[in-house]
Design a protein around this ligand. Structure first.
Ligand SMILES: Nc1ncnc2c1ncn2[C@@H]1O[C@H](COP(=O)(O)OP(=O)(O)OP(=O)(O)O)[C@@H](O)[C@H]1O
Ligand SMILES: [Mg+2]
Length: 342
């Protein structure tokens, strides 16, 4: 079960600015209240040889990484890769078999005000079904000495103000995710950890969550989130941690991960495909058919293909670069990994 790929080294990416305005929320009215004061506390989250074994299953296998403040870090891995187990160990909900997770150099249990340091959403369904959204948040706020005014602010922020008195058990999954995100933010934490929190959100909700994550990071917080929605991960994350079989496969800025694991290709459409294919072949470029009148040329630049076409006198209807997606990169990387038998 030895892995043949080594983690790629981390470099600090440039944070992206939040690009979308926060949308209207469930109740349809724009939510414009600022949800926090500007951030000043930069918290760093580190895993040092984090390992978890359940009997013969090694769920997490010697993970070491550093999640930085001010950017959004995406946590990627196939089902059963060990993401949730890692997050549970970071949050002190599972005891590591070996290694440790630290926040600013200390374990979570040693922090005097953990709710102000870390907020998390691991399972949105874990709410008392007969408790209202407002009461749920209030009960969490009380445990951390958070003023009750924060509850109304959060309900407004996540678009649940009009559903505040309804029992959380009656909520849809998307509404529970919103409540879970509000719960994570009760203590105005420096670090926010969200596990699959986009599941069940509608299109507007996904855009809202993306914008929120980017805003939270732009405020200087440390944002770590896992998601199986590759398109969203690509739009939201600055940096990626990729794991499989509990091991770290990549720890690098998203653009670097994409360039390392995808190939760009030129796409061309032409009324004279055979002539262009022959000209490309003479120049040493292999092309495959794409649609009724197109060719894909892996590894070629549009400049090069345009030059070949012009030299051969072939008319072009379209010439464009095609980049690989995060999904392509992720599937290519994880498919190359040996599977554990157990
Ligand atoms: N409490 C447990 N007891 C035994 N095995 C466990 C336990 N929790 C997790 N595992 C095992 O550890 C491995 C990692 O599970 P984990 O839930 O961390 O994966 P994941 O990456 O979060 O997957 P998913 O994408 O499906 O959420 C799996 O093989 C799982 O069966
Ligand atoms: Mg999981």
């Amino acid at each position: 079960m030895a892995s043949n790929s080594r983690p790629v080294s981390a470099t600090t990416p440039t944070p992206r600015a939040p690009s979308d305005r926060r949308p209207a929320g469930l109740t349809g009215r724009p939510r414009t209240i600022p949800h926090t004061a500007p951030r000043r506390r930069a918290a760093s989250l580190q895993a040092h040889g984090l390992t978890k074994r359940y009997g013969r299953v090694t769920a997490v296998d010697g993970l070491s990484f550093h999640v930085r403040p001010g950017i959004v870090t995406g946590f990627l891995g196939p089902n059963g890769a060990g993401k949730s187990t890692t997050l549970r160990m970071i949050l002190g909900l599972d005891r590591p078999t070996e290694g440790a997770a630290t926040i600013n150099g200390r374990r979570l249990a040693e922090l005097r005000h953990p709710m102000q340091v870390v907020g998390s959403l691991l399972d949105a369904r874990a709410v008392h079904p007969s408790r209202s959204a407002a009461d749920h948040l209030l009960s969490i706020a009380r445990t951390g000495d958070v003023p009750r005014g924060r509850v109304a602010e959060l309900l407004e922020q996540v678009g649940l103000a009009d559903a505040a008195t309804r029992p959380a058990g009656d909520f849809s999954l998307g509404m529970k995710q919103r409540l879970g995100i509000a719960t994570a933010l009760v203590g105005d934490p420096d670090i926010v950890i969200l596990d699959e929190s986009l599941n069940g959100l509608d299109a507007e909700g996904i855009r809202w969550a993306r914008t929120l994550m980017r805003e939270l990071a732009a405020e200087g917080r440390t944002m770590l989130f896992s998601s199986h929605l590759m398109g969203e991960m690509e739009l939201t994350a600055d940096h990626l941690l990729v794991i499989d079989n509990g091991r770290l496969l990549a720890d690098q800025p998203l653009p670097a991960f994409l360039s390392a694991h995808t190939t760009t290709q030129a796409h061309v459409r032409t009324p004279d495909r055979d002539a262009l294919r022959a000209a490309l072949s003479s120049a040493g470029l292999a092309a495959s058919d794409s649609g009724p009148d197109g060719l894909d040329i892996p590894g070629a630049t549009t400049d090069h293909v345009g030059h070949i076409a012009a030299t051969a006198g072939v008319e072009l209807a379209e010439l464009s670069p095609r980049k690989g997606s995060l999904e392509d990169a992720f599937l290519r990387m994880t498919a190359a990994q040996p599977r554990d038998e157990e």
